[in-house]
Design a protein around this ligand. Sequence first.
Ligand code: BTN
Length: 330
Amino acid sequence: MTGTKERLLELLEKNRGQYISGEEAAKQLDISRTAVWKAVNSLRKEGYEICAVPNKGYSLSSGTDILSVQGIRRYLRPAAAGLQLEVLQEVDSTNNRLREQAAAGALEGTVIVAGRQTAGKGRLGRKFYSPEGTGVYLSLLLRPETWPPERAVGITTIAAVAGCEAIEALGGRDVQIKWVNDIFMDGRKVSGILTEASMGLENGHLEYAVVGIGFNVYPPEGGFPPELKDIAGAVFPEQKSDGKNRLAAEFLNRFMDYYGHGDGKNYVEKYRERSLVIGKEILVLKRDGSRKAKALDVDQDCHLLVEYEDGTREKLSSGEISVRVARTDQ
Ligand code: BTN
């Protein structure tokens, strides 16, 4: 059930940057003015900057940058308006939490967003650094029951394109994709995607897929840890007005748009156009070692076509393989 505080936040979000009188808020929420005042105080304790001016009322400062369901919802367009959002301050991993919910029957379109992850996961068993306050960590549950399993990689592809476009919608520039799941700006990884799927035993189709994306929205306080400082970057150098809610919403808008109209062609072409690897010398890293190759293309099923030094070619699927762009060692 939605409480008074949440309903007031929704109202303030709708009128962000403008004043709404205590009386008007009380009327719209069907509560007393004292209840409005109490809810304002609890929101302030959570960090919301709410100005109160006599004869004008309350106004949520346009600079406030706190993730919330109401804050994200405000920017959702029709394709994403039906999503079920939950925002958590902290979680081990939004993917883990959502997979638990998926196994318990949660519906397609369930979304968990967190402000911090204590055990954020990356591909190939890696960790995803997910500090408090400077990132957006988001997972979305899909049940593309008619999709054959090999189309699952398409979900990562859509997320990569949607992630790039979301960043650009907020003013980011030159956003590129490093096959298969990393988003780069200025030679640094600013976002990563992890799609985890479960197959139905009987028909071999996708039972569900959880697509998780993490954005380093701002530089973490004190900088990235030593092992990441040469690789990782932030989307924006400094705080942007309501940046985190907007980025989450812009991602969801675009993802749902592509997912809803997906015969694949539209987003695969966009993925290719943003590729950081096509035409480059790369290192293909497999379990049994690494080989130099040239990345030739990404095909319709999002395989990476490479040519090794001896002239042999291979189509790589994302499974157990990573690539590094040879010269920049990323
Ligand atoms: C990678 O860089 O290899 C992928 C990183 C994916 C990180 C996101 S953050 C939200 C979701 N929850 C996780 O634990 N991981 C994904």
